[in-house]
Structures are given as structure tokens and as C-alpha cells.
Write a protein that binds this ligand. Sequence first.
Ligand code: PXP
Length: 239
Amino acid sequence: MRLGVNIDHIATLREARKGNEPDPVQAAVLAELGGADGITVHLRSDRRHIKERDVELLKSTIKVPLNVEMSATEEMKSIMLTILPYQVTLVPEKKDEVTTEGGLDVIINQNVLPDYIRELEVSGIRVSVFIDPDKEQIRTAHKIGVKIIEINTTKFSECKERTCEREELEHLYDVVKFSKKIGMEVLAGHGLNYRNIQIFRQLKDVEEVNIGHSIISRAAFVGLERAVREMKDLINFLR
Ligand code: PXP
């Protein structure tokens, strides 16, 4: 199972001061050093964190594949056809949401998606669709030519008890098996963390997980003590 690291929160922190730090490119390089198999960013229509420039710089800097989450708009398509990332993931986007809420409804969008996806694929970009773990959605995605899906793991991640987790895992297992059987590449993500990944990793047919919030949250804690010590040393002329 590959690990794609979502670094949006680094840009969110930068935008808190509208300055230059922390820099998502630096974060991506460190994530690569830590073993990330891919870097993911979400270029939102409102540009609240990641900007086009970040995507351009990431594309030319990182060695691992770059995956850009985006809504299926004409604006996003034309940006991606210029930058040409390794992969884009189509997600639904709501103006006031704090994070992606649910998968893209492939059934509702089945008439517009095929041409949109084909245009990106013809330019060599892999296209994944973020989708709820629902066989009807997945069947339709397959019917309209989607080859890669990222299964939304929110419901599993929000479980408070083991029974709920076990039930959701079983459901995901069934959905993943179905998706693989019809020939799809299966990725997954949303809400996965250091605890639930130990259960989730049993789904061996999932080829990649995308994780952001819990990794960046943990990074703040594993790095905080050192950051304070460095400042303390500077104040005391020890550096
Ligand atoms: N996959 C998709 C499609 C997402 O939108 C996000 C959040 O940006 C993630 C995965 C990562 O979710 P989390 O930050 O909860 O790990």
C-alpha cells in the first residue's frame, strides 16, 4: 500500500499570515525524505490554501508523483493541462466546507465526466475520482470509463467503536473486491489516522492511501519541542 501525503495544511498555516512560511515545497521534500510515495494537494477554486504557483513548483521539484485534487471545472482543467501533474483526483467542492464532504456523484455527473476525463488523459494525466463506497456509484464510474477511484473512507474513520469499525471495514472490503474485479485501480482516503490505519491496512487490495490531517497534526507535535529549544538557544546566545 503506497502512502500519498496531503500537505494542504502547510499552506493553510502559511495563509494564516499570507507570507512565505511554512513552504509547501519544503514540506513535500521532507515528506519524501520520510518515505512518502506521493504528494497530494487540493487546488481549491477559492485558493484558500494551495495556489497555482505551489502546484507548479511542486511539479518541478518533487521526485515522487504529484496528485492534485480539484473540482471538475473548466478553469481547473485548463490549469492542469498547462502544469501536467502526474495525476488529478476529481472531488466535489462546496464553498463553505472545511474539507471534502463525500465523494463525487458519478451518477448525476455521468454525462459530463467522460469528455472531461478524456481530455486530461489524452494529455498524459492519470485521472482518479473520489467516490463513496457505493457499488452503484462505482459501477457507473466503470461504465463511463473511469479507471482509478479513491474510495471515501470518512464513514470508517468516524467510527467511535470497534463494532462500527469492523462493519465498515467489511463493507469497504466488499466494495474494494468488487472494484478490483471489474478492473479498477483502487485508492482510498479521508480521515485515516495513526490508530485506524492499523485496522484499515488489512485491505490489501487498496493500492494507495492519501492522508493529510493526522500526519500534519502529528508533525506539529513531534517537531514542537525542538522548535522551542532552537528559539530558546537563540535567545540565550547558545547558537
Ligand atoms: N482524499 C481526498 C479526496 C481529500 O479531499 C482529502 C482531504 O483533502 C484526503 C484524502 C485526506 O484527508 P485527511 O486530511 O482527512 O487525511
